[in-house]
Design a protein. Structure first.
Length: 479
């Protein structure tokens, strides 16, 4: 964790949180009953990861700092582990005053690309030592969560992305670089970033990030998890101490956990958590003694299970079906097609009650394609986005099936916005990667506030082998 000695701890009694995770839906979360059960992540496996990071540091001058060979060796090792289980990995290089550093970003295939859940940790140490608690613990915990997700066979509602940041200790340089280069549309797709920086401190506390009102739903879910396990916790405003700040500055919801650094544990905290009052949570913070011996195994075990719980929970969080805010009524006429073609222009017969393809709700839906011959079909509706809107979005549910094979997109359906003479394609579906299960997608329309636009679904099918694009329960909402 980046040093900032003026940061204060904010104590909040754990007893103020009465909710537990069983049968409770916290604001902004899906019920745990809806999510795949998170595994008990192996502290043995994580300890093996930490030993590898220690060995890399020992073989490379005693540290894994940015610009030093130990950092690149750490990144290469993590990347190889992820590549071996099927992640799509990307390495992003950037310059620092200490030399070249790197970010590692790993995407798990599948999940709704319009709803991305990111989990991250910084991989670099300071030059004084191996950085095993700061932040080998966070890096190893996130790695184990990613590996166990790959092994689980689960299918996530949302797209899962994991990241290991470079040059955090020099001022969040890696995560800042990633966000500065990420296109605005891709920033908008990130629904949550979770940050884990120092999760095995030798004289531990259990601190939940509380410095982002946008991310309170995830903060509350994390606190509820600790409460359900009988683990007292406190809120902490970590300000700009770690990589969540790079996401928070763009209005992205963030949360995270911290087991304590150079700050002194109070008597009240020692009574609550055990350990030594009047001593630092991590006396080896940013020192050469931050080695494999500088870990509290109990804290590490508890926290890796919490991290697994949060990844599994938000993999299945339904970010697209929360109720619209006040003033957020649906602006589309007949959005679920239950009044037939009322309100919609386009291809006759595309809105149907045919039982060959099911509606998501009700009896009617829009069925584009499925002809197996050269054809073009469309549906559209005009809508005005209020000039006073502070948020605006288009959402819809879609299921697809095809007789095509291979990876060539022969048949497509484009989701478009027509504004004046300009047509913008928000998303393209094709015969590649079809799913007969309905999934929801959403897109920001805020750029069109104060204008009248046409929302259009445009399908093109080639000369043989059908692909069906079935759309239901559309919405344009604003606030």
């Amino acid at each position: 964790m980046r040093s900032l000695r003026t940061t204060a701890l904010t104590a909040v009694a754990a007893s103020t949180l009465a909710a537990t995770l069983t049968g409770v839906t916290l604001a902004g979360t899906s019920s745990p009953a809806e999510a795949a059960t998170a595994p008990d992540l192996s502290v043995t496996n994580v300890t093996v990861h930490l030993q590898k990071l220690q060995d890399i540091a020992t073989a490379n001058g005693g540290n894994r700092a940015t610009g030093r060979p130990g950092y690149k060796a750490s990144l290469d090792w993590v990347k190889a582990k992820l590549d071996a289980v099927g992640y799509t990995t990307a390495v992003q290089s950037f310059s620092t005053s200490s030399g070249t550093s790197y970010n590692l970003v790993a995407d798990w295939p599948g999940g709704d690309p319009e709803h991305v859940v990111m989990t991250g940790a910084h991989l670099d140490s300071v030059s004084a030592g191996a950085g095993i608690n700061d932040n080998g613990t966070g890096s190893a915990a996130v790695l184990e969560a990613a590996l166990q997700w790959a092994a689980s066979g689960n299918t996530s509602r949302n797209h899962l992305r994991f990241a290991w940041w470079g040059a955090e200790e020099q001022g969040l340089l890696g995560s800042n670089k990633y966000m500065s280069l990420l296109p605005t549309a891709d920033k908008d797709r990130i629904d949550l970033y979770m940050n884990y920086d120092m999760v095995g401190s030798p004289n531990p506390g259990y601190f939940v990030y509380d410095d982002n009102a946008v991310g309170n739903f995830a903060r509350d879910a994390m606190a509820a998890y600790y409460t359900s396990k009988g683990i007292p916790w406190e809120y902490i405003d970590v300000q700009g101490r770690s990589d969540h700040a790079s996401f928070r500055s763009y209005g992205i919801a963030t949360t995270g956990m911290y087991s304590g650094g150079e700050t002194i544990k109070t008597s009240a905290q020692a009574s609550k958590w055990g350990g030594t009052a009047g001593a630092a949570f991590d006396a080896c913070y940013h020192r050469s003694c931050d080695t494999i011996a500088n870990i509290n195994a109990t804290a590490l075990d508890r926290n890796i299970d919490m991290i697994g719980h949060m990844v599994w929970l938000y993999a299945d969080k339904d970010f697209g079906t929360t109720a619209p805010p006040p003033g957020g009524a649906n602006l589309l006429a007949n959005p679920g097609f239950e009044s037939g073609a009322t309100g919609w222009a386009g291809t006759t017969g595309a809105i149907t009650t045919s039982t060959s393809r099911p509606a998501r709700t009700g009896s009617w839906k829009a069925w584009l394609g499925g002809n197996g011959t050269t054809s073009t079909e469309n549906l559209s509706q005009q809508v005005t986005i209020p000039s006073t809107a502070s948020a605006a979005s288009l959402s819809y549910w879609i299921r697809t099936d095809t007789a095509e094979t291979g990876t060539t997109a022969y048949d497509t359906m484009k989701v478009q916005v027509v504004s004046g003479t300009t047509t913008t394609t928000l998303k393209t579906f094709s015969n590649v990667g079809t799913s007969a299960t309905y999934a929801q997608f959403s897109h920001s329309l805020l750029a069109y506030r104060g204008t009248t636009i046409t929302v259009r679904f445009l399908m093109n099918e080639d000369s043989s082998l059908q692909t069906s694009f079935v759309v239901d329960d559309t919405a344009v909402t604003t606030s």
